[in-house]
Ligand binder design. Structure first.
Ligand SMILES: NCc1[nH]cc(CCC(=O)O)c1CC(=O)O
Length: 309
């Protein structure tokens, strides 16, 4: 039996999503043996401050060691959360498969009486470490306090048992994949909290010349998800922004027509530039690039630059 080694970070979420990927691959390739290899990344080793992360450049903080393992053939397929993956892969590697996306939205989880964003009392303390969530939250409810909150899902849920936070914001996808959907109090709609580009989607990365494993991974590729996230990531790339910038993007496809919504915000939420671009789903990359150019024309560059400082 042929063995394919699938590499991932070792967090609960990373393992849950990798087990899901392996189960799907096994359905397509019953004669192949899949084993999971966990790899610790810079992001796992260094739970430093956000500014420290920004200094290193946001590129590849969660993926570098995994990509090294691919290049060195210690693993054959890497599973990543797509939103953590830089928009350009290193020489010799490619994203060869994008499985079907789950819910792209962010969600609110709060203490008793703090379970709906619109109903939170003035001054309520909301935990998140995402500059995007912070900026969009401040834009919607400038009276709320945003308190930095890092760590894996369990750590973040844990702070609701302390007096320090009233509610937290997380990606729905992480909770769904770790079977904690029942903890979600409110799904935040994209007209208030536009998701991160690629949120809720996974990426399978392989060596670009490894035809066999490219084919193995591609068996679970989802074209609609690919078109959506291509538009979102072209938008992000067109802005010259990485995952540390307060940028949201969300594409939907109905009847072959792709609608892409994109936002760039000031870090403190005092300004949000919003735009929409619509076109044939086959033109997904161009739609993303166009939307980025449109926002740059309308002053987004200064906001992206401010976030990079
Ligand atoms: N940056 C961390 C991260 N990367 C992927 C997810 C889960 C959601 C997804 O797959 O998009 C999370 C946690 C979160 O944002 O709450």
């Amino acid at each position: 039996m042929r063995t394919v080694t699938v590499g991932t970070r070792g967090s609960t979420l990373a393992l849950a999503q990798t087990r899901w990927v392996v189960a799907r691959l096994k359905e397509e390739w019953p004669e192949t043996d899949f084993r999971i290899q966990t790899i610790s990344t810079g992001g796992d080793k260094n739970r430093g401050s956000l500014s420290e992360m920004a200094q290193k450049g946001d590129k590849g903080f969660w993926v570098k060691e995994i990509e090294d393992a691919l290049l060195q053939k210690r693993i054959d397929i890497a599973v990543h959360s797509l939103k953590d993956l830089p928009t350009v892969q290193p020489e010799g590697l490619e994203v060869s498969s994008i499985p079907k996306r789950v819910d792209a939205r962010d969600v609110l989880i709060g203490k008793e009486g703090m379970k709906k964003l619109a109903d939170l009392p003035k001054g309520a303390r909301i935990g998140t470490s995402s500059v995007r969530r912070k900026a969009f939250l401040m834009a919607y409810r400038p009276d709320l306090q945003v308190i930095d909150l890092r760590g894996n899902i369990d750590t973040r849920l844990g702070v609701l048992a302390t007096p320090d936070y009233d509610a937290i914001i997380l990606a729905a996808a992480g909770l769904i994949r770790t079977e904690m959907r029942n903890r979600i109090d409110e799904f935040l709609e994209p007209d208030i909290m536009l998701p991160a580009p690629g949120q809720g989607a996974l990426a399978l990365e392989t060596r670009a010349d490894d035809d066999l494993n490219v084919e193995v991974a591609y068996a679970i590729h989802d074209h609609t998800t690919d078109d959506r996230i291509t538009a979102e990531r072209e938008f992000l790339a067109g802005l010259g922004a990485g995952c540390m910038a307060p940028v949201g993007a969300h594409a939907t496809i109905k009847g072959g027509v792709l609608t892409l919504e994109g936002w760039v915000a000031a870090l403190d939420g005092t300004k949000v530039i919003r735009a929409t671009s619509i076109g044939d789903a086959g033109e997904c990359a161009d739609i993303g690039a166009e939307l980025a150019a449109d926002l740059l024309d309308r002053g987004a560059q200064a906001l992206v630059d401010a976030a990079h400082e």
